[in-house]
Design a protein around this ligand. Structure first.
Ligand code: ADP
Ligand code: MG
Length: 405
């Protein structure tokens, strides 16, 4: 379909280009007052027609910005040549007013501004020439220079307005097209990732099974068994993350709702991330003012906080403290994760949750997407307050499991 549209667009372009060339050649041959002379003017006019025709025909095969620039410069020269060397055809002045409109056809805003500027300067020079040097050839301008000049300015404003509206609409369409492409890519990627996650789960189960056997095997000493336990714990975490990813890819599956004790969950998450924070000497400070429960899934709730606290630690400077607080505020349980790290701009905050958006060299850009999905799933909200150089406060609100809990 796309190919077909492109093909028919090209056909229309060539038809229009050939019509334009035919008109230009007619201007050279039919009733041209300089035709018999074959002087410098006529030769210059012919060369311009030839180069312009060549550029128009080459453009579809080699549509570079440079060729567009050449076409606009040659076309401007062509129209000004017609105006200057054929003063008896006064209607040529109309073309001068609409030269910048040509560049609108190429959807190139820089080229449009260039053409508008070039046309303005050329027109002022032409006015100067007519009023100061020329005697009688351009009576319509000489008799009413101000009126003509205002009309020229008005025509440039109209052309600009057409450009502004067309350009805005095209940009919107482009954005829409990119979004569709992006979501299509994302759909394919998430299907693929879900399939891979599923495949990884099987070997993990086998390895875990053997480790559980070794854990009970008396031929291993306590030190070795301790390491097996640690390995099993790590495999459990990996399994949980995979299950979670699969549950996000298939949102209706494994949607187990339970009462989650916020303090206990936060405690276990901060304990888990304690050693991660120590890598850069960051401490996690947990303050829970009221014991409260929410309706969610414990594993997913923990995953949400792990992602957010990890981001806070990663954004913090060496030695900074990350604060985690939980309290009840009216009809919500409010959890805050506060860091005093690098912070984000408004645009960066707006990009959070976009899949694969990451400013870290080793980031996946999936953490926030997972967080948004989890928060939405359990009817919560998530807000970000951030200032570059001052840090970020992430505020998560969940409805409590019961009004009085
Ligand atoms: P990742 O951590 O893999 O980069 P995330 O989805 O978790 O992906 O985060 C996306 C991006 O958002 C990060 O790369 C980071 O630039 C920004 N970000 C998230 N949280 C914070 C924070 N607390 N402070 C500063 N930037 C943050
Ligand atoms: Mg992250």
């Amino acid at each position: 379909m796309k190919y077909k549209t492109k093909h028919s667009n090209e056909k229309i372009y060539y038809i229009v280009a050939w019509i334009v060339i035919a008109i230009m050649v007619s201007g050279l041959l039919i009733d041209n007052p300089r035709f018999g002379e074959f002087g410098v003017v006529y030769i210059f006019h012919s060369i311009l027609v030839f180069i312009l025709s060549l550029c128009l025909l080459l453009y579809p095969k080699n549509g570079t910005a440079f060729l567009r620039l050449i076409i606009i410069v040659i076309a401007s020269t062509y129209f000004y040549t017609l105006f200057l060397f054929y003063p008896e055809t006064s209607s040529t002045y109309v073309f001068l007013c609409f030269i910048p409109a040509l560049s609108i056809l190429y959807f190139d805003s820089k080229l449009f501004y260039f053409s508008l500027l070039l046309n303005g300067i050329s027109n002022i020079i032409i006015y100067g020439y007519i009023l100061l040097a020329d005697g009688v050839q351009y009576r319509f301008i000489e008799e009413d220079p101000i009126g003509n000049f205002f009309n020229f300015v008005a025509s440039q404003i109209i052309v600009y307005f057409i450009f502004y509206l067309t350009n805005g609409r095209i940009k919107k369409q482009q954005l829409y097209y990119e979004q569709i492409q992006h979501s299509e890519r994302l759909r394919t990627t998430s299907q693929l990732t879900a399939a891979i996650a599923h495949e990884i789960r099987n070997p993990l189960t086998v390895v875990k099974g053997f480790l559980q056997l070794f854990e009970k095997d008396s031929s291993f000493n306590d030190d070795q068994k301790g390491k097996f336990t640690l390995m099993i714990d790590e495999l459990n975490t990996a399994e949980q993350v995979i299950s979670q990813f699969l549950s996000i890819a298939k949102p209706d599956k494994e949607n187990v709702m339970e009462k989650v004790n916020v303090q206990a969950a936060l405690q276990s998450v901060t304990d888990l991330l304690h050693s991660y924070g120590l890598l850069h000497d960051n401490r996690i400070d947990l303050t829970v003012t009221e014991d409260c429960t929410i309706l969610a899934n414990t594993i997913e709730f923990k995953q949400l906080l792990i992602n957010i606290i990890k981001n806070a630690i990663e954004a913090s400077d060496i030695g900074d403290v990350v604060l985690v607080t939980a309290e009840r505020e009216k009809d919500f349980v409010v959890i805050k994760v506060i860091d005093h790290g690098q912070g984000m701009t408004e645009a960066e905050v707006a990009s959070l949750g976009t899949p694969f958006y990451s400013l870290k060299s080793k980031g996946t850009g999936l953490g926030m997407m997972v967080c948004f999905t989890i928060v939405e799933k359990f009817k919560g909200t998530i807000d970000f307050q951030s200032a570059i150089g001052h840090g970020t406060t992430v505020t998560i609100r969940f409805p409590p499991s019961s009004p009085s809990y």
